[in-house]
Design a protein around this ligand. Structure first.
Ligand SMILES: [Zn+2]
Length: 345
């Protein structure tokens, strides 16, 4: 008899809670962070003119510096520099490039022979250059997904041709006379400023302070800070020292160091994140779809909804002025679909 009474009482309580919560909407407000893992800024470093015509030690010097700051970079390689220096004739360079890739750096394509404005030509000639360049990269065992034309110059057709060849982004910005080229079917990524071009002692302080101001500005805007260097031009002069100070300055903050390819993939991934929310018997539930690893977001709900999934990685703050609570979630792995339950309390 007593057991029956307890069950009956429990049913009344559940029904009561159900009726009370029925009148309250479950209408969460959700904001997705721009960068993964709640980082405030993305940071890209690119290195152009990687060629077997320059001393290998130059590339190793850049590599060692990046490693000491755990910074990733994209290296744009010239397969057959001047139709004289062929990368596949330098096994040590190939080995170095493979080591860079193993460590998470990216190798991109920087033309074929790097003649001036090499890709400012008719579409058939561009295809011919790509065929020859990609054959060499294949022989080197390197798959490239990103492209930057020599002198950053290309034509309106270039991105269409690159897409045919399986490239996923272009980092050439200008047409023949330096005018910006219009957007094609691939994302176009700017190279960023170069502060390290055969840098002299006299220019050092001014360039460093310009670079640091730009980094601070991009950090405030929570956008992307991109810098470019050239193999040889960064090594001969004070460029490496400046890069050292700049990397130290930038990595002291919460920045996401990524390759250009990772940047493109991330932007694509967050654009395909979807969610829907529904009321449940005990509260509400938000289901997220296509969640990439590192996605962080903020959910705002009335304070009478409590998250049922709180852990050390999830922060919740409540605002007594408007009776809302803010839950910050960061997904440590990717999910095709994941549901977050909230309890009505
Ligand atoms: Zn170049």
């Amino acid at each position: 008899m007593r057991k029956v009474f307890v069950v009956f009482l429990a049913l009344i309580l559940v029904a009561g809670a159900g009726v009370a919560q029925h009148s309250r909407a479950f209408d969460p407000s959700i904001t997705v962070d721009t960068w993964p893992y709640k980082y405030s800024m993305a940071f890209t470093v690119t290195c152009d003119d990687v060629s077997s015509g320059y001393p290998l030690e130059y590339l190793q010097e850049i590599h060692a510096l990046l490693t000491s700051y755990h910074v990733k970079a994209t290296f744009f390689v010239i397969p057959y520099h001047g139709e004289w220096d062929l990368i596949t004739e330098s096994p040590q360079l190939i080995q170095e490039l493979h080591e860079l890739m193993r460590e998470g750096h990216e190798i991109g394509l920087h033309g074929y022979a790097h003649y001036q404005n090499e890709f400012v030509c008719d579409p058939e000639s561009q295809r011919d250059l790509l065929n020859k360049a990609l054959d060499i990269m294949d022989e080197a065992g390197i798959t490239v997904r990103g492209f930057r034309a020599p002198c950053l110059r290309c034509t309106e057709e270039t991105t269409f041709i690159l897409k045919e060849y399986g490239f996923v982004y272009d980092s050439s910005m200008f047409g023949e006379s330096g005018e910006p080229v219009s957007d094609g079917p691939l994302p176009r990524l700017p190279s960023g400023h170069e502060y390290t071009w055969y840098l002299s002692q006299e220019e050092y302080n001014e360039k460093l302070s310009l670079a640091q101001s730009e980094a601070e500005e991009k950090y405030r805007e929570r956008t992307v800070f991109s810098v470019v260097m050239h193999m040889k031009a960064v090594n001969e002069g004070e460029g490496i020292d400046l890069l050292n100070e700049l990397l130290s300055f930038v990595t002291a903050r919460d920045v996401w160091s990524c390759t250009l390819l990772e940047l493109v993939e991330w932007e694509e991934a967050i654009h395909s994140v979807r969610w829907d929310s529904k009321k449940t018997l005990t509260g509400g539930e938000i289901t997220f779809y296509n969640v990439p690893e590192g996605l962080s977001l903020t959910i705002v709900l009335p304070s009478y909804y409590a998250p049922d999934f709180l852990s050390d990685d999830i922060a919740m703050t409540c605002n007594t002025d408007d009776d809302t609570c803010e839950v910050v979630v960061c997904f440590e792995k990717s999910f095709d679909e994941v549901a977050l339950p909230f309890t009505f309390g």
